[in-house]
Design a protein around this ligand. Structure first.
Ligand code: SF4
Ligand code: FES
Length: 277
């Protein structure tokens, strides 16, 4: 299905044409330029763009050149909305220079991040002239670039506010307040999922989840009454059930999603067959 066909199925978004590296592409007006590029498989490196959060241009890696009203300027593609006739160059000399310096900075900032190393290498940067910041006590394993996505996911998506920026200037890190185990952490793992450098670590051990990066915060896991396995953080399971399945009976609510699915399917079959097997 073409992009035009997909667009025509939803609410009537105005279609525009953008030129990227000399080739024309269709897009919805006001679509984020980076998402157009990703959809069209045009390589633009990016670290801090997460579709579930408002883009905020923190990493600056997604810089491209655009021509607007006859004027050429550098913009972050994750914060730029496309308009009809927009011209974009993703790999001009200015962009390449800017991007290479940023990669060098990130190689120094997060020297243990294989994600950063691999991404930088794809753009020809394998060394850094900047001093590498190795901290053997870093709970994020020297992989954090301070993009803030984990903090935003915790606050804006989960409403937990368990982590934040701690300290200032070159000593800034992300962690729990006062580096103490958090009472607010749900153990949901949203921070792990959004982190672009795989810096955040958590581990499930028997009946609890340990958020290793966040001062070893321990979160109890809910146990499935049907199969006995520990399947999700207790607080999260309760929150989700209260929100999305209030009509489920208690015995179903205490089960893991797999067992719940089986129970619901069984009930549906019984309802359709009137109990006959
Ligand atoms: S831990 Fe990951 S998501 Fe959080 S600030 Fe560091 S790089 Fe960004
Ligand atoms: S992805 Fe655009 S600034 Fe980070």
């Amino acid at each position: 299905m073409t992009h035009e066909e997909v667009s025509s199925m939803g609410t009537a978004a105005k279609l525009v044409t953008v030129t990227i590296n000399g080739k024309k592409y269709g897009a919805d007006e006001d679509e984020i330029l980076l998402s157009v590029a990703v959809r069209e498989k045009i390589a633009i490196p990016h670290l801090c763009y997460e579709a579930s959060l408002d883009p905020y241009g923190a990493c600056r890696l997604c810089m491209v050149e655009v021509v607007r009203h006859g004027k050429r300027e550098m913009v972050t593609s994750c914060t730029t909305r496309v308009t009809d006739g927009l011209e974009v160059v993703t790999d001009g000399p200015e962009v390449v220079k800017h991007r290479s310096i940023l990669f060098e900075l990130y190689l120094a900032e997060a020297p243990k991040s294989e994600v950063i190393k691999a991404m930088a290498a794809r753009y020809g940067v394998t060394k850094t002239r900047f001093l590498k910041k190795i901290d053997t006590t870093d709970s994020l394993g020297n992989k954090c670039i301070l993009c803030g996505l984990c903090v935003r996911a915790c606050n804006e998506l989960m409403g937990a506010g368990a982590i934040g920026f701690v300290n200032r200037g070159p000593y800034t890190v992300v962690n729990t307040p006062y580096f103490e185990a958090s009472r607010d952490c749900l153990g949901c793992g949203a921070c792990v999922k959004v982190c672009p450098t795989n810096a955040v670590e958590m581990e499930d051990q028997k009946n609890e989840r340990i958020m290793k990066s966040w001062s070893n915060t321990r979160v109890p896991l809910a146990q499935c009454d049907c199969c006995g396995r520990y399947y999700a953080p207790k607080a999260l399971a309760a929150t989700i059930l209260a929100r999305v399945t209030p009509s489920l009976k208690e015995e179903i609510a205490r089960c893991c999603p797999e067992c719940r699915g089986k129970l619901i399917a069984k009930k549906e079959i019984l309802a359709k067959t009137g109990g006959a097997r």
